[in-house]
Structure formats: structure tokens, C-alpha cells
Design a protein around this ligand. Structure first.
Ligand code: PLP
Length: 396
């Protein structure tokens, strides 16, 4: 039965990681992988997380199932984190939270909900987007389409995006990145969010907002601007939130699907359907990551520690963005790469061409994906001069 099965090539990022490990260049730089790195190149466990885990170990009394929607205490803290402390959406009881295995799990639940409950609707993703969006929505059987996002000069193509959104058939789903767009780093301004809202309203589109980097751009509340605007202004919105990056609990698979409905009654109907999707996929979500988040956010002291650590990560990334452009100044390349300082989040579309990316790898041991997407957290004050010199060489 298995003889005809062909091997598919592995993920390009995994190949990059392997090649990086084998490279003997002492100055090699990894700008490929999608996790946060501190100044020492590590992805450490946050102090607030360590403390919450210590308390959990001491106080945990059972490992019983937590239910298809996950722990209520988790939903209780994630909803205000995402929608805001005094959200009118929460006051109206029209948002439902379902704990999920990461943001990926939330996206798959959303995809199954769309495929089963809105069966003839297509879904529109930015071009480019996080590659797994393609995989997840297509696997659920949804017709996938793209809208433009970046122009030929490596800038946000807002006009192109808007023109495309205006052509989307009524009722289709449009995927928006809340902040820290992966892979480009180009985010919508407040004004642009309002413009998108108007088009979404006019065309009766259903927004699905992927919120994987809350707190990595400008701040926890600032990054939620578009999410809160849409949830407050529209009757129906889907939000997929992830705690992987902002709590640094990547392997604990901690996310949340938030379904916003017109009223409490419709929200409960939808919620019952989401429970089925969760049950059929994995029954119950893993408990540990949700318990960490819930314990931190239910405790003022731990919340303060977490805020401090998150701010540290965000400031480090934004400082490195500015310093990268500074480091290119002596080569006259600061204007060309100025976008890196303006983009937000862990990733940047640098504008480096595939050929330049290849040269950076072969001649300098600098690794990034061929699209020119760099993980900014891989920059450091030690490697910036080397990076700048290498970039100047491949531009020469
Ligand atoms: N959405 C986007 C845009 C992402 O970049 C990621 C992770 O890289 C995810 C969702 C999924 O995150 P998680 O690791 O929580 O599944």
C-alpha cells in the first residue's frame, strides 16, 4: 500500500538550520529561524514563566481533561488581553474564547469552522503571508486566494491591497495580520485600519485576524488596535491569538480562538460548533501553557514581571532595527534599507534578492530565507558591523 508514496522536500527553514549548524565560519549569523533570540543568541524561559511553573508544580492537584474549550481561567485572561480591559464586546458578552494548541491550532479550528459552517466562502490571504496559512486553509478544503501586500520597491502596497479587497466576493473571509506581519514586518497604520474596516463593511467580508505577536510591535494595547477596532465596529470577527512568542512558550502550544458574534445568543451557537471542531481534531488542548498564562495574568506581581520582560524583548528588536540601518550608513545604504527600521516584529522583508541571499550564505555564512526575510532577533551589536559589510559587498 505504501510503495507509491513519494518523499516531499523538507521545510526550507529546516534545511537552512542544518546548513547553518554545519558551517564552520566562526562569524556565521543565523537570520532564518522564527523564534526570539536574546543578546547571547538564546531563546530563554522568561522569569515570570519559570515562577508560574514552580507554583504550578507545587499546587497542581490533577491532570484530568480540561474540556474542548480549555480552562475557563485561561479564556478569562486572554479575552481582555486581546480585546481590552474595558471592551464593549466583552460587556455585551459576544466573544467566545477557545484555548487551542498554539496560534496554529486556533487557525485550524477557524478553518474547520469556515469549511463546515460557511462552506461556499473563499479565503483571502496577503501575498506574501506566513506559508502555513496556505497549508492550513487548503487542508480544511477552503478555496484560497491572494491579495497584494508588497510592491516591487519593497514597500507596503496599500493601494494594491485595497483595490483587491474591493473585488472580493461578498461574504468571503479576509485574513489580516494584527501586527508584526510575517514575513514582511509591514504593518497597517491606524488610519489604514479604518480604511480597511470600511471596505470590509461595504463588501460584507468576514475578517480573520491572526494575532501571533501581541506585544512585539509597539506594545500590548497598541498592537491590538486593528483587532479591537474590527471587533467593536463589526458584528462578526474571527481572531486567532498566540502566546508562543509573547510568553516565549513556543513548545507548550498555547493559543486561543476568539469568535466575535452579533450577540450572546449567536456567540453560544458558534461556540457549540467550535467545541465539535476541537473534539474532532484533538479532543482537548494541552493544559500546561494555558495554566502558565492564566497564573501569570491572574497575579499582579507576575504580570508586572512579564510586562517588563516583554518590553525588554520588544525594545531590543526595535533598537536593533534602528542600529542595523545606522550600521549601513557608512556604505551609503541607509536609505535603501530604511524600511527595516520602520517595520515591526521579528521579521523583515529586507529587499535583498535571492542571489544576494545566496552570496551572503556562501561568502559570509549569513543565513536567511531566499525571499530576503530576516529574523531581526538574530542581529546583535557584535554582528551588525559584519552584517553591514557583507550587505555592502553583495550590493557592490
Ligand atoms: N500566525 C503567524 C503569522 C505566525 O507567524 C505564527 C508562528 O510563527 C503562527 C500564526 C503560529 O504560532 P504558534 O506557534 O502559536 O502556533
Amino acid at each position: 500500500m505504501f510503495e507509491h508514496i513519494e518523499r516531499v522536500p523538507g521545510d526550507a527553514i529546516l534545511g537552512l538550520i542544518e546548513a547553518f549548524k554545519k558551517d564552520t565560519n566562526p562569524q556565521k549569523v543565523d537570520l532564518g529561524v522564527g523564534v526570539y533570540r536574546d543578546a547571547e543568541g538564546n531563546t530563554p524561559v522568561m522569569r515570570a514563566v519559570k515562577e508560574a511553573e514552580a507554583r504550578l508544580l507545587k499546587n497542581e492537584t490533577t491532570k484530568t481533561y480540561i474540556g474542548s474549550h480549555g480552562a475557563p481561567a485561561y479564556g478569562e485572561v486572554v479575552l481582555p488581553m486581546v480585546l481590552g480591559e474595558n471592551s464593549p464586546v466583552l460587556d455585551a458578552n459576544r466573544a467566545s474564547a477557545t484555548q487551542s494548541p498554539g496560534g496554529t491550532g486556533a487557525l485550524r479550528l477557524a478553518a474547520d469552522f469556515i469549511a463546515t459552517q460557511l462552506p461556499d466562502k473563499g479565503i483571502w490571504v496577503s501575498d506574501p503571508t506566513w506559508p502555513n496559512h496556505h497549508g492550513i486553509f487548503t487542508a480544511a478544503g477552503i478555496a484560497l486566494h491572494k491579495y497584494p501586500y508588497v510592491d516591487a520597491d519593497n514597500r507596503l502596497d496599500f493601494d494594491g491591497m485595497l483595490a483587491a479587497l474591493k473585488q472580493i466576493p461578498e461574504g468571503d473571509v479576509v485574513v489580516l495580520h494584527a501586527c508584526c506581519h510575517n514575513p514582511t514586518g509591514f504593518d497597517l497604520s491606524k488610519e489604514q485600519w479604518h480604511t480597511v474596516l470600511e471596505v470590509v463593511r461595504e463588501r460584507h467580508l468576514l475578517p480573520l485576524i491572526d494575532f501571533a505577536y501581541q506585544g512585539f510591535g509597539e506594545g500590548l494595547d497598541e498592537d491590538a488596535y486593528g483587532v479591537r477596532l474590527m471587533a467593536e465596529e463589526l458584528d462578526e470577527v474571527i481572531i486567532t491569538s498566540s502566546c508562543s512568542k509573547n510568553f516565549g512558550i513556543y513548545c507548550e502550544r498555547t493559543g486561543c480562538l476568539i469568535m466575535v458574534a452579533k450577540n450572546s445568543e449567536q456567540m453560544e451557537n458558534i461556540r457549540s460548533q467550535i467545541a465539535i471542531a476541537a473534539r474532532e481534531n484533538y479532543s482537548n488542548p494541552p493544559a500546561h501553557g494555558g495554566a502558565i498564562v492564566s497564573d501569570i495574568l491572574h497575579d499582579d506581581e507576575l504580570t508586572a514581571v512579564w510586562h517588563e520582560e516583554l518590553t525588554e524583548m520588544r525594545d531590543r528588536i526595535n533598537t536593533l532595527r534602528r542600529d542595523f540601518v545606522e550600521a549601513l550608513k557608512p556604505y551609503g545604504l541607509d536609505d535603501k534599507y530604511a524600511c527595516v527600521a520602520e517595520q515591526r516584529g521579528m521579521f523583515s522583508y529586507t529587499g535583498l534578492t535571492p542571489e544576494q541571499v545566496d552570496r551572503l550564505r556562501d561568502e559570509f555564512g549569513i543565513y536567511m530565507v531566499r525571499s530576503g526575510r530576516a529574523n531581526v532577533a538574530g542581529f546583535s551589536h557584535e554582528n551588525l558591523p559584519y552584517l553591514a559589510k557583507a550587505i555592502a559587498t553583495v550590493n557592490g
